[in-house]
Design a protein around this ligand. Structure first.
Ligand code: SAH
Length: 369
């Protein structure tokens, strides 16, 4: 692990880390074709001296046919393929694939600069959901999160986000129906690439914006900025606590972002986009799952279009929080329902195998020494 750039850049100070996250460059690649729109690909082929219709073929091969390099695109002449063979398409390499008994598939993907990220494919009845990462590691250092314990390296570029979805789609041989930004990283520290990826996944891969969920722990001003993009995605906010003191205990960055300010931005998001906001609430036994917490939570989220997702804590080795009993989980949900809060309990998929998002990579990097 000592040679890992992720551990080398670990910063326990969340505020300092957030600043470095924003200064961090995206991928060093100049021209990955993945992530570009049809118009951009057409302009590029024309610039290369090819007829414009080649752009449409290129688009089709990149987004629907699973081309991994320009040399794969057999409708192009051999001579032209030879001249552009080195142009990066922007696909990752599969580093590890791991299937859980419930059918959830976790992927560790190697990026062009050697960093490893995690993506997860979650099949349910008619759906295929992909849990994508937005950063290599995460600077937020939330106390219960495996990714946060591993430190932060850099933001992902647009193509590195889109690649995760295509990888899962190709591996399952099934169209992806839903995407959740709940893998490694804080998407709103990488808003430009994340928004560009959402537009590409919608416009080029064909996934409905309404089937995309962006999960954030909240960065001051960024939810408002996202609202201004007028996307139809679902915003999920990782609340995890029913009062400011408790939230600061679990989420270091909460010190710089009072709950009142966070909730004001959420209300504005609903007003601007017309979409309800989901609140995620990890249940930690004895800490935030008592009746008084349910009461406080109902007061916080009451009165505007929202939904609470209760997430029973998924144990990680670095801290000794406890997951509540099923009985206590249902009790907490019931207390919220009595207060007219729309609530569901979300059990992590693939628990048997290295647990929730972020944990597979943490386990493998630790095992690698
Ligand atoms: N940074 C974003 C997205 C990544 S985390 C965010 O904080 O929302 C996605 C979700 O998984 C978050 O709600 C996060 O709190 C949750 N999560 C992280 N560690 C977990 C754990 N050990 N058990 C259960 N949920 C966890």
């Amino acid at each position: 692990m000592s040679s890992s750039p992720v551990s080398a850049m670990f910063s326990p100070d969340a505020t300092a880390a957030i600043v470095s996250a924003e200064e961090s460059p995206s991928s060093p690649l100049d021209l990955p074709l993945l992530g570009q729109s049809l118009a951009q690909l057409q302009a590029w082929v024309v610039q290369q001296g090819q007829p414009a219709y080649r752009g449409k073929q290129l688009h089709q091969w990149i987004y629907a046919q699973g081309a991994r390099s320009l040399t794969d695109i057999t409708v192009f002449s051999k001579a032209w393929r030879a001249t552009v063979a080195d142009v990066p398409l922007g696909r990752s390499e599969l580093h590890l694939r791991s299937v859980a008994p419930d059918g959830t598939v976790k992927y560790l993907l190697r990026l062009a600069d050697g960093h490893i990220i995690e993506a997860v494919g979650i099949p349910t009845a008619k759906r295929l959901t992909v849990c994508v990462s937005s950063q290599v590691g995460c600077p937020m250092a939330c106390d219960f999160c495996a990714t946060g314990k591993g430190g932060f390296a850099r933001n992902l570029a647009t193509h590195e986000i889109v690649d995760q979805v295509l990888t899962v789609q190709e591996d399952f041989g099934q169209r992806v129906s839903n995407i959740v930004f709940m893998g490694m990283g804080e998407p709103l520290l990488n808003t430009d690439s994340v928004v560009a990826a959402i537009r590409c996944l919608n416009g080029d891969v064909g996934i409905s914006q309404r089937a995309i969920t962006l999960s954030t722990v909240g960065i001051p001003g960024r939810i408002r900025q996202l609202a201004e993009q007028h996307l139809q995605v679902t915003l999920a906010v990782s609340l995890h606590a029913s009062n400011q003191g408790l939230r600061e205990q679990l989420i270091p960055s909460a010190r710089a972002y009072p709950l009142t300010a966070l909730l004001t931005e959420c209300r504005d998001y609903v007003a601007v986009t017309g979409r309800r906001v989901s609140f995620e609430y990890i249940l930690l036994a004895g800490l935030n799952d008592l009746p008084e917490h349910a009461g406080e939570l109902a007061d916080l989220v009451g009165g505007f279009q929202s939904h609470v997702n209760l997430i029973p804590y998924n144990p990680i080795s670095e801290v000794d929080y406890q997951r509540p009993s099923d009985y206590d989980i249902q009790d907490f949900a019931e207390a919220l329902r009595e207060r007219h809060v729309a609530v569901s309990v979300r059990y992590s998929r693939g628990l048997e195998k290295d647990a929730a998002c972020g944990q597979l990579r943490a386990t493998k990097l630790a095992a690698a020494g």
